[in-house]
Design a protein around this ligand. Structure first.
Ligand code: HSE
Length: 399
């Protein structure tokens, strides 16, 4: 029998508890051992809840119990999650976590500690919720150079953008609706400004490059400036707007960004609706692989966490392969990155042609302005030209 402890009895923690109890036959069979939840750690009381019998409020009880072999960290936030996870690994316990903040900031260090103790630090749920993406990159796409990772990695923003597109609604009222329905946090900044997605692409890119990508160095733009008029133009172009997290690996040159993008109908991420996530990985041999599913939510996220617990139990005294060193992965300067841009302006067509030369005009039916798509140009070049013209807004194209 393997004893485990769950740190945090919130949405994901209670989901982990439920899956280990409800699916115990399959989880035990896959692990090759009986998994027993010895402790649940939380500051709160849960009278009448099934966790009541194993609830503790002091982390040291878990840390100092040699019977606990796997710690499940689902508290979120950096502190004290970092201190708890680090001390658990140093005490010879394996750790499974869903905490992307923790993994994005301390991934290399915690993997290193785990390996030096022949233990595991696993984080399948940190990116894409219930979608298997960490294990495929680490364990399955191992014959390829990964050339590109691109995806919709935030369910909240995809829910908002989908609603705006379908209902013609504006950003603020859609966000409010999403908050009322519990799809968006009361403080939605991390989701809508791209701070959640940027940590996820930093984690995936670190795994692809086997070095540490600093998420703070990745160009990040959220969706709060997207309007219902942008969707009118998108529709006129047979396109949609998605928040895309992307990295491209071209030998040693690595580019990464998070930004709203216009995608053509037919693009593999075009049909991804609502809270669903979709992640594309391009290998130089295998080509494109798509991973699609529930990127958030209690049971999908908990399912990924429990799959890591199973992996930890299968590899109790040996580290599974995760190559992610503390060496810094340099990123290319985003200002040199090249794309087409969709632009809205109140300037005349002649002025647009004067400044941008070769463009395709788009009639979005919006009064008092015109829309156009530029040729491929660098961020720097675009900025200089847009400054001369004067623009209402711009969105990059992925076509
Ligand atoms: N807030 C995140 C999302 C949860 O909306 O995708 C999963 O990381």
């Amino acid at each position: 029998m393997i004893k485990v402890a769950i740190l945090g009895y919130g949405t994901v923690g209670s989901g982990v508890f439920q899956i280990i109890k409800e699916n115990n036959d399959i989880v035990n069979k896959k692990s090759g051992e009986e998994i027993d939840i010895k402790y649940v750690l939380d500051l709160r009381e849960f009278p009448g809840d099934p966790c009541e019998d194993v609830l503790v409020h002091d982390y040291d009880v878990i840390l100092n119990d040699p019977e606990v072999e796997v710690v499940i960290e689902v508290m979120g936030g950096l502190h004290p999650a970092y201190e708890f996870v680090k001390s658990a690994l140093e005490a010879g316990k394996s750790v499974a976590t869903s905490n992307k903040e923790l993994v994005a900031k301390y991934g290399a260090e915690l993997i290193d500690i785990a390996i030096s103790h022949n233990r595991n630090f696993l984080f399948e749920a940190a990116v894409g919720g219930g979608i298997p993406i960490i294990r495929p990159i680490n364990m399955h796409i191992t014959a390829d150079r990964i050339q590109e990772i691109a995806g919709i990695m935030n369910g909240t923003t995809n829910y908002i953008l989908t609603k705006m597109e379908k209902e013609g609604a504006d950003f603020d009222s859609t966000l409010k609706q999403a908050q009322d329905l519990g799809y968006a946090e009361r403080n939605p900044e991390a989701d809508i400004e791209g701070f959640d997605a940027v940590r996820k692409i930093a984690i995936l890119t670190s795994l692809a490059t086997e070095k540490t990508v600093n998420f703070e160095e990745i160009y990040t733009e959220g969706i709060s400036e997207i309007t219902s008029d942008d969707f009118k133009y998108a529709k006129a172009m047979d396109m949609t707007i998605k928040l895309i997290a992307c990295s491209k690996m071209d030998g040693k040159r690595v580019t990464a960004f998070v930004a709203p993008m216009l995608l053509k109908e037919g693009h593999p991420l075009y049909p991804i609706q609502g809270v669903t996530n979709g992640i594309l990985v391009r290998g130089n041999m295998v080509g494109d692989i798509a991973f699609i599913g529930s990127g958030a939510g209690k049971l999908p996220t908990a399912s990924a966490v429990v799959s890591d617990v199973v992996d930890c139990v299968r590899h109790l005294n040996t580290s599974t392969t995760i190559q992610w060193s503390a060496d810094k992965q340099e990123l290319e300067d985003f200002s040199f990155s090249k794309k087409k841009f969709f632009v809205r302006t109140t300037a005349s067509k002649d002025k647009v042609r004067d400044v941008f030369k070769d463009v395709d005009f788009v009639d979005g039916g919006v009064d008092g302005e015109i829309g156009f798509v530029t040729s491929v140009m660098s961020e720097n070049d675009f900025k200089a030209k847009a400054g001369t013209l004067g623009i209402v807004s711009r969105i990059r194209l992925d076509d």
